[in-house]
Design a protein around this ligand. Structure first.
Ligand code: BGC
Ligand code: NOJ
Length: 831
């Protein structure tokens, strides 16, 4: 069942009922000010950091779901309703929510009154703008009341939700004309306040929640709206809110437009006050003046549209398959941008309080957005690298506001260092900007310890080499990519963190997965060294490359011996030296991660283990909704394995369809030339292809979710944790690079498709290092891979053959063209 449809022309998903299976959200904001917004106008706003600078309140785990947001109440005689349906839940006569790229529009009509609520975070403005258009479609005059309403958060979301004995006495506001200023804690150490404003004078306002909603009223039945209106209350402590009241008289056919804003303002310390106790409002007034009318609002919309035109023009696809085109060309890239902005901090499943930016997460996210915003990718790499420790290990997370590592989840996740190579490698391939490697970057955010970025990569690489276990495989530490495989934790105490309990350096437990990563990204590191050796004529880098490749080759041997189980790659060795993920195990005999990573790394490609491993994946882990993480699911808690066995069978890391590593299988299959299978794995988790089962899947059909319940779960096929997942970046890599085969390399752009035989032709427009490539792939004979002929600018061109970056044997390597040029490329697949 569907709850809406894709409007590809406008790049929107149009939701046709407010009763979606779960709130279906959008992200507004692309710089510092962000809003999470659901299809019923639920959600919240924050400035840069969802924990430390939360502007409005949001209660996760509430019932009904999604009670707080950017609410508009319409009072029409005795009837009260919201265009977004929530929170009053009065049935509108019609309803649409259009989630677009960085904006959302809710349109509803009831009893002849049409309301259009448009929300956008303008580029270059630290604010949410909300335009509300009212139209009288009746043939009589209408006297209406309009009430916008938001509830402020007292900045630190964690404190806000827990330290009530203090909070309930701290709240302060000022009201000045059509603006309500939220200035809690501004009297002391804060230099920022929030402002909610309207572009015309209201007839009333409230800033005390008790006054507006009533102590026992609640957002579904605000006393001011259902009763005798706003009271002009000023909040002193308790819960500050911004509510306003407008009387509107509309003649038949008449339309009226209001613009509301919610802004974040920072003042320099010596400019905080305008008079004792009165905040300096000059910056707020400038913001309000800037967005005071429809023309300004329209211009902000236009600017945002142009911005997205520019971003998406870096990769466009036309394949004749509308689902594929809209995912690869629009929504997957959009989600990559959201993960760039949020990492794993704030979604409808991530509270924005617990997790800052993940080291490994943000490194992987780079793979998905580097082609859209290379300059910001550069900055991100330098920020992440600056949190690294001198021995190459890493804080697992850092705070976006301070850009400093935090110890919430600690350190000692032994895959982390290698992801820095992965992210930097992706940047170098995309941009060719080797100057980044010379940038001086702190260790542990300490400038006295700064070293060139290249030294950070070297220490990342060395970290694995200096942390090997009894089988020559990498020690796992607290966990590897699978945060829940905690082989050194042994927790028996409820509530204890699986990630920070136990020693971070168990001397025995090893990860085959990190072994695969080391081969893949160790090669990438060697390629980078080799490139520098060549361009700078440096012997030292040549030697470093040779040494790295030697270490990679030793690791390959270790993986193919101790890491090989006979029909698939093992997952790990536990702290007692027992195999994890082998046929001899009672539960958890086979895991997805090492199959994907080791095959992507090329391990066993020539000797057959790679093909055997993928065959085992198909045999043991495949389901119609995606590939599950492991089988058989763990049915009881194993202290020696950790959090993975804490989940009920079929959920999350315990045999859920953990979408993140499905694209690894796609890439792995493509590397063996299996185009049909690669695409099958791709499409099973790709939201547009499962839109028709939205009632089962439940999360948004326009973005990937972290997890879909596996076959062992009661809710098989039901997704959770939408939006903030490495699935976004890896899916984009899998479709754009592995399947469609447009792959940036250090030396140029490779064309090397591996597609289902049913795909007969497609065109990709790809910006690469400033030049635009128009690449047409024709597949007249229904091949899966291998280029038969190639033309560049209508000139027949030699293929790169088996050498170099081409995985399938017959690809085309294009040297970078001059920036600004347009290059026409045509290839024909077949033998
Ligand atoms: C989740 C993981 C996550 C970890 C660390 C666990 O509860 O299952 O997916 O990576 O927490 O935040
Ligand atoms: C989500 C975390 O953000 C990510 O870092 C981790 O790799 C996966 N869960 C798997 O545990």
């Amino acid at each position: 069942m569907k709850y809406g449809f894709f409007d590809d022309e406008n790049r929107e998903y149009v939701i046709t009922t407010p009763r979606t299976p779960l709130p279906w959200i959008n992200y507004l904001g692309c710089e510092d000010f962000f809003v999470l917004l659901s299809n019923t106008a639920g959600g919240y706003a924050f400035y840069r950091d969802a924990r430390l600078r939360r502007l409005t309140r949001y209660r996760y785990n509430n019932s009904p779901l999604d009670s707080e947001g950017f609410r508009i109440y319409i009072r029409d005689g005795a009837s009260v309703w919201n265009p977004g349906w929530q929170p009053v839940q009065a049935e509108p006569d019609s309803y649409r929510c259009r989630h677009g790229l960085g904006y959302s529009v809710i349109e509803a009509e009831k009893d002849g009154i049409g309301v259009r609520q448009e929300l956008i975070v303008p580029k270059g403005g630290n604010c949410l703008l909300m335009r509300v258009g009212l139209t009288n479609r009746c043939d009589v005059q209408k006297q209406l009341k309009l009430f916008p309403y938001i509830e402020f958060c007292l900045w630190d979301a964690m404190e806000d939700g827990s330290n009530f004995q203090r909070n309930l006495s701290c709240g302060e506001v000022e009201v000045d004309g059509a603006a309500i200023y939220h200035k809690t804690e501004y009297r002391e150490r804060r230099n920022h306040y929030a402002v909610f404003w309207a572009n015309r004078m209201p007839d009333g306002f409230d800033t005390s929640r008790d006054a507006f909603l009533g102590v026992y009223g609640g957002p579904a039945r605000p006393e001011a709206v259902f009763g005798s209106g706003c009271t002009g209350s000023i909040a002193h402590g308790w819960q500050p809110v911004a509510a306003q009241e407008f009387s509107v008289c509309l003649e038949p056919g008449e339309r009226s437009s209001f613009i509301f804003g919610l802004g974040y303002i920072e003042n320099p310390t010596d400019e905080k006050w305008e008079a004792p106790g009165v905040i300096n409002k000059s910056r707020a007034k400038a913001m309000m003046a800037r967005y005071s009318d429809d023309a300004a609002f329209d211009a902000a919309m236009k600017e945002l549209g142009d911005h997205w035109d520019g971003l998406l023009s870096g990769f466009r696809l036309s394949s004749g398959d509308a689902k594929l085109d809209r995912m690869a060309g629009i929504w997957n890239q959009y989600q990559c941008m959201v993960t760039f902005n949020m990492s794993r901090s704030a979604s409808y499943y991530e509270s924005g309080m617990g997790r800052g930016m993940g080291f490994r997460d943000s490194c992987q996210d780079l793979l998905g957005f580097v082609h859209m915003i290379p300059e910001r990718a550069r900055e991100r790499i330098l920020d992440i690298a600056a949190t690294q420790f001198e021995d190459g290990s890493a804080y697992h997370q850092y705070q976006p506001l301070t850009k400093k590592g935090n110890m919430d989840i600690g350190s000692g996740f032994n895959d982390d260092p290698l992801w820095l190579i992965a992210g930097t490698d992706a940047y170098l391939r995309e941009t060719g900007d080797f100057s980044i490697l010379n940038e001086m970057v702190d260790f542990d955010n300490d400038p006295t310890k700064a070293q060139p970025l290249m030294e950070h990569l070297r220490r990342s690489f060395r970290f694995t080499l200096t942390h090997l276990g009894p089988h020559g495989l990498p020690l796992i530490g607290r966990a590897d990519w699978n945060d829940c495989l905690n082989l050194n934790c042994f927790s028996e105490t409820p509530g204890e963190s699986f990630q920070t309990t136990g020693p971070s350096e168990g001397p025995v437990a090893e990860s085959v997965f990190i072994g695969g990563m080391f081969v893949k990204y160790g090669r990438a590191y060697a390629d980078i060294c080799r490139h520098i050796a060549r361009t700078e004529g440096s012997d030292a880098y040549g030697r470093e490359a040779d040494e790295a490749l030697k270490a990679v080759s030793d690791m390959e041997t270790a993986v193919l011996t101790a890491g090989w189980d006979g029909s698939w790659f093992r997952r790990a060795y536990d702290a007692f030296g027992h195999v994890v993920g082998g046929s001899g195990c009672e539960e958890g005999k086979i895991f997805i991660e090492p199959q994907g990573m080791c095959v992507m790394a090329g391990i066993g490609r020539k000797t057959g283990e790679a093909a055997a491993a993928l065959k085992s994946v198909k045999e043991h882990l495949d389901t119609p909704y995606g590939v599950v993480l492991l089988q058989p699911a763990y049915t009881r808690y194993h202290a020696e394995l950790g959090e993975i066995t804490s989940y009920p069978p079929g959920y999350k890391e315990n045999a859920g369809i953990f979408c993140h590593n499905n694209p690894w299988i796609t890439c792995a299959e493509a590397s063996l030339g299996h185009g049909g299978r690669a695409f099958e794995v791709y499409r099973r988790i790709t939201p547009a292809y499962i839109e028709d089962i939205s009632d089962i899947h439940r999360t948004e059909p326009y973005c990937y979710s972290q997890m879909i319940a596996g076959k062992d779960a009661a809710g098989f096929g039901e997704a959770k944790n939408s939006w903030l997942t490495g699935t976004a970046a890896w899916s984009f890599v899998s479709i754009s690079q592995a399947i469609l085969g447009i792959r940036p390399e250090l030396d140029g752009l490779t064309i090397d498709p591996c597609i289902p035989s049913s795909l007969k032709s497609y065109t990709v427009t790809r910006r690469f290092r400033g030049a635009d490539y128009r690449i047409t792939v024709d597949n007249p004979d229904g091949a899966e891979t291998g280029i038969r002929e190639a033309w560049v600018e209508e000139k027949k061109t030699e293929l790169s053959g088996n050498a170099g970056p081409c995985l399938t044997g017959r690809g085309l390597l294009l040297a970078p063209a001059a920036p600004g040029s347009v290059v026409e490329v045509k290839v024909i697949l077949g033998v």
